[in-house]
Design a protein. Structure first.
Length: 237
């Protein structure tokens, strides 16, 4: 029997997993330095707290290392750059436009064509591409929100998109609100599906407990591998 709960130790949010193992194990995981403790049922909460406090220096060091990890390389929005769209690498082609509009269009040759007004700055191109990503993510996410709402038998939430530096998504069950990281427009469709399911599972259980985990296991048996693959990918600055 396994159980999971979130506890606070020395100012850290710690995921405590109780399962039939011999020894206590502390792990720190990307991208944001999530702390997870796996412990046998016989070890008391106080012993868990002592173990975490004893290794606090090591935990903080690991979290600093994750903070220093290379984020997505700096973008200059010039022809030849590789940009990802739902997990697919596309080579950017920047073309001058006759008017003042920016048009962005992927094509069958693994190319992302960005037609921009003459003299467009890097910042302008960044904003245009960000807005385009937002539209793509909104289009992909909308039916998935409906799907998981129906499958989990929970009310369809209000939801939005914003750029987050340490999380792929967030949820406020009390307000019926879900946020998705804009960077999910660059990641694979299974990653997007997992994040939406993860956040909406909190409408079934607000904690990372057995009920929450059973929702993930039942609806997406391979979610742990999808999460691991997603967390190994870079976030934008």
């Amino acid at each position: 029997m396994m159980s999971t709960e979130l506890i606070e130790i020395a100012g850290l949010s710690v995921e405590l997993v109780r399962k039939p193992i011999k020894n206590l194990h502390i792990g720190v995981y990307p991208p944001a330095g999530r702390v997870r403790v796996a412990a046998p049922p016989a070890i008391s909460d106080d012993a868990v707290r002592v173990a975490v406090v004893t290794r606090l220096g090591w935990i903080k060091k690991q979290q600093r290392e994750f903070e220093k990890q290379a984020r997505q390389s700096e973008r200059r929005y010039v022809s030849g750059e590789t940009h990802f769209v739902f997990g697919k690498p596309l080579r950017l082609l920047v073309k001058p436009a006759a008017g003042n509009r920016c048009v962005i269009q992927p094509d069958a040759s693994d190319r992302l064509t960005m037609t921009v007004p003459a003299g467009a700055t890097t910042d302008q191109k960044a904003r245009w591409l960000s807005a385009w990503y937002r539209l793509q993510l909104k289009e992909r996410a909308a039916p998935r929100i409906v799907k998981w709402s129906e499958r989990l038998d929970v009310p369809e939430p209000r939801w939005g998109i914003k750029l987050m530096q340490t999380k792929w998504g967030s949820c406020n069950p009390d307000k019926g609100l879900v946020w998705l990281n804009l960077d999910l427009a660059k990641k694979s469709p299974p990653a997007l599906d997992y994040v939406i399911l993860h956040e909406m599972a909190h409408f079934v259980s607000p904690r990372h407990d057995d009920v929450f985990l059973s929702v993930l296991d039942r609806n997406m048996p391979g979610w742990r591998q999808i999460r691991a693959d997603l967390n190994a990918l870079p976030l934008s600055e």
